[in-house]
Every structure is written in structure tokens, then in C-alpha cells.
Design a protein around this ligand. Structure first.
Ligand SMILES: O=C(CO)[C@@H](O)[C@H](O)COP(=O)(O)O
Length: 186
């Protein structure tokens, strides 16, 4: 988050660089920023595994995806709640769905954790799932044990969960519960 594309400011590539030696886990970086092209190489050098940018922010999404792949990261493309998902179709088709790491449907207005899940965004997930049976479809915002069914049944299989996990007395059981719903539907 850059305080420009969204009204909040968070971590950048130096934090990824600091984390990298401590985990083999997939560092999935979602850039809620204007001009994502400016930061792509920094994240690659820092050791990011995935680089997801917003279609609303990129100058040329297809070119950026090719550059992300060249930089040895997995490309993701995201839409805000107000953006039609159909905007993604020609981009994914031009790149080839098998080269995409994921498509991300935001289920809150990006910027802050702790907001309510927007169930109306599930029509976008369904449209993506129906067109691309093998694509990883990520959802982000308001995901919890109460909202996961709607997301998983629509076809989402990559779940970003903040408050419901970090605010839980037993985060492990929440993660397992989220995973069970996804596994059941996929
Ligand atoms: O950064 C964002 C939204 O801008 C999300 O990644 C949220 O932080 C997810 O948090 P919860 O909605 O699960 O609390």
C-alpha cells in the first residue's frame, strides 16, 4: 500500500528482503500501489515469490506479467470491487492462463483489514471459475469461517485472511477450517 492507490501505507521490498532468509514459504506480495511497474524488480531482488498488481494501476498489464515471469516470480492480477472482472479476460488470454499464478478478486475496498466481506463480488469469482477451470482464484477481505462457504462455493481456492486468523484464540483451527471448505469445493 502506497498511500496513493489506497489510503494506507504498509510494507515494501526491504521487509521482504528481511523475511526471505527466515522462510522457505511462498512470499505472496500483493501490491496495492499506483505504478506497480516501478517496484517489480525491487520485489524480485528481495526474494518475493509472487507479485500481484492491480489492473486499475498498471500501464500495460500483459507487458508487466511477462516482465514478472522473466524476473522469476509468479504473476497475479487483481481487481477492486468496482472493476468489472471481464477486464481481466483479454489479459489472461493474451498471456495464457497456464502462465498466470493467480487472479485476485478483492472482497473489500483495498486499504484496511477488518472490513466486511462483499458477497456481491462472488459473481466475479464464478465468472472466472467458469472461464478458467484451472486458474488459482484468490479472494481477499473479510474472509472468515462465516464467509468462506460463499467464496469456496463460487470457486475461490486461495484465501487471504487477516483478522479472522490473527484475532483468533486458536489461529490454527481457523486456518484448518478455511482449508477444509476450499478442499471440499475444489
Ligand atoms: O489489505 C487488505 C485489504 O486492503 C486485506 O489483505 C486485509 O488486510 C485482509 O484482512 P481481513 O479483511 O481478513 O481482516
Amino acid at each position: 500500500m502506497d498511500g496513493h492507490f489506497v489510503p494506507n501505507l504498509t510494507i515494501g521490498a526491504p521487509v521482504i528482503k528481511s523475511l526471505r532468509p527466515h522462510t522457505k514459504g511462498f512470499l505472496d506480495c500483493h501490491l496495492m500501489v499506483s505504478n506497480p511497474e516501478q517496484w517489480m524488480q525491487d520485489f524480485a531482488k528481495a526474494g518475493a515469490d509472487g507479485f500481484t498488481f492491480h489492473v486499475e494501476a498498471a500501464k500495460d498489464s500483459v507487458a508487466l506479467i511477462h516482465d514478472i515471469i522473466k524476473a522469476k516470480m509468479s504473476p497475479g492480477i487483481a481487481v477492486k470491487p468496482g472493476t468489472p472482472v471481464e477486464l481481466l479476460f483479454p489479459i489472461i488470454d493474451a498471456v495464457g492462463v497456464e502462465k498466470m499464478g493467480l487472479a485476485l478478486v478483492m472482497t473489500v475496498e483495498p486499504g484496511f483489514g477488518g472490513q466486511s466481506f462483499m458477497v456481491d463480488q462472488m459473481s466475479k469469482v464464478k465468472a472466472l471459475r467458469s472461464r478458467y477451470p484451472t486458474l488459482n482464484i484468490q479472494v481477499d477481505g473479510g474472509l472468515s469461517l462465516s464467509t468462506i462457504s460463499a467464496a469456496a462455493e463460487a470457486g475461490a481456492n486461495v484465501i487471504v485472511a487477516g483478522s479472522s486468523v490473527f484475532g483468533a484464540a486458536d489461529p490454527k483451527s481457523v486456518i484448518s477450517g478455511l482449508r477444509e471448505h476450499v478442499d471440499r469445493c475444489n
